[in-house]
Design a binder for this molecule. Structure first.
Ligand SMILES: Nc1ncnc2c1ncn2[C@@H]1O[C@H](COP(=O)(O)OP(=O)(O)OP(=O)(O)O)[C@@H](O)[C@H]1O
Ligand SMILES: [Mg+2]
Length: 257
């Protein structure tokens, strides 16, 4: 079943009072259960697409200029904020700027839960945060709960952000470059965690990465983005065995070299 459908989406940013288009006419269909990769080089518009999907682009002086977004068959273009963090969640690129440096991380996870589940008792909320810490494999609950972001490692901070993203049981989870800035072994652990969570929580996942090898290992479908356009989308095997677009071939050659 189709979970997310993007139709003729164009978006961009207002720079010096002028609208500069970054995404052009994006069409994308994601099925329930997909692990879907969006790959492309730096500046190709991957994060802009993710922000547009989440209704967050306006925070960055941007706007959707055309097109619409359907989630489970319903047009959500004008009311994404009502389901953001609940049905669709995102782990944003650059966790450092996203976590509040002066609030303990446990409280930040708790607050993410309260946005949609404030009816729970205090004990139920803490229990839920405890469960989520286990799910993202953060041991030593009391210490981590009471830490400020700067007291945690990069991998631990990323796990906190994942905890915040999944605490309200989303159906679709978007991870924008979820391992940038992490050591190779931590990168591997975080990607494996996403794969485990996907199975355990029945998630549909979109992984945004410039690394097509990550897409091959973790995703069943790949969309290739080039200069603000999606130039090709197909099953992973097809992309690797029968790439159609010149830019896709270039990406693959870079892997093989
Ligand atoms: N807030 C902004 N205002 C103006 N232009 C922006 C803004 N954010 C991004 N852009 C521009 O939009 C284009 C796409 O940027 P985007 O961040 O979406 O790329 P990306 O594919 O996510 O790159 P990366 O792999 O480096 O994260 C770039 O040319 C960038 O300069
Ligand atoms: Mg980006």
């Amino acid at each position: 079943m189709n979970i997310l459908s993007i139709k003729n989406l164009s978006a961009g940013y207002i720079v010096n009072s002028e609208f500069v288009e970054v995404l052009r006419n994006i069409n994308l269909d994601i099925n329930e259960g997909d692990s879907f990769a969006i790959v492309g080089q730096s500046g190709s518009g991957k994060s802009t697409l993710a922000l547009s999907l989440m209704g967050l682009i306006s925070i960055d002086n941007g706007k959707i200029s055309h097109g619409n977004i359907e989630f489970c068959g319903k047009d959500i273009s004008s009311n994404i904020s009502k389901i953001r963090g609940k049905d669709i969640s995102i782990v944003l690129q650059d966790p450092h700027s996203y976590l509040n440096p002066v609030i303990k991380v446990g409280k930040q996870v708790l607050e993410a839960l309260e946005v949609y589940n404030n009816n729970l008792t205090k004990e139920e909320k803490i229990k839920r945060v405890q469960d989520i810490f286990k799910k993202v494999k953060l041991d030593d609950f009391d210490r981590i709960y009471n830490s400020y972001p700067h007291q945690l490692s990069g991998g631990q901070k990323q796990r906190i952000l994942i905890a915040m993203a999944i605490i309200n049981n989303p159906k679709l989870l978007i991870a924008d470059e979820p391992t940038s800035g992490l050591d190779a072994d931590v990168q591997q652990q975080i990607l494996d965690l996403f794969a485990e969570l996907k199975k355990e929580l029945n998630l549909t996942m979109i992984i945004i990465t410039h690394n097509i090898s990550i897409a091959k290992k973790y995703c069943n479908r790949i969309a290739v983005m080039y200069q603000g356009e999606l130039v090709e989308q197909a099953n992973t095997e097809e992309i690797f065995n029968k790439p159609k677009h010149e830019y896709t071939k270039l990406l693959l050659n870079a892997v093989l070299e």
